[in-house]
Design a protein around this ligand. Structure first.
Ligand code: MN
Length: 149
């Protein structure tokens, strides 16, 4: 895992976002940030191998079984990003306000390259969730949904 892509997109003299290092924590951090960028979206992040694997959800995260959401993969973010809230300035990558929508930990059930199953223990999301690589309305992406226990 590398933060090269993450760093290339940002100018750390102009954004309050953390530059960060890949850091092993074994805490299994789970966080979703609400991001008021040009299009409102929610960024789901799961700690894996010293970074936060990241997906952008164009619609609000699914709280109930039966709701499927597109999850577009984005570059790995540093662990410190799990605590980030703030305003990304005009003209910078991801311009807009970022707030933490939910956070907690997860327990990995299955962690593969194109399928991930996790037990999420957050304040808003709780229970078993599946992320699976899939075509969604003709686009390459992932699907996120809550599973029956
Ligand atoms: Mn975002």
């Amino acid at each position: 895992m590398s933060l090269e892509k993450y760093r290339k997109k940002r100018n750390f003299t102009r954004t309050p976002e953390p530059e960060g290092e890949a850091t092993e924590t074994n805490r299994c951090i789970y966080v979703i940030q609400e991001h008021h960028a040009s299009h409102l979206h929610w960024d789901l992040r799961l700690e894996a191998n010293g970074v936060l694997k990241s997906w952008a959800l164009p619609k609000d995260p699914p709280r109930e079984v039966g709701v499927r959401r597109l999850a577009v993969p984005f570059e790995d973010h540093p662990i410190e990003y799990a605590d980030f809230e703030g305003k990304i300035a005009e003209g910078q990558y991801g311009t807009g306000q970022v707030t933490i929508w939910d956070r907690g930990t997860y327990e990995p059930v299955f962690f593969g390259d194109d399928k991930i199953v996790v037990n999420i223990d957050g304040n808003k999301l709780k229970g078993k969730y599946c992320l699976i690589k899939s075509k969604f309305q003709g686009r390459d992406g992932w699907l996120l949904f809550k599973m029956k226990q």
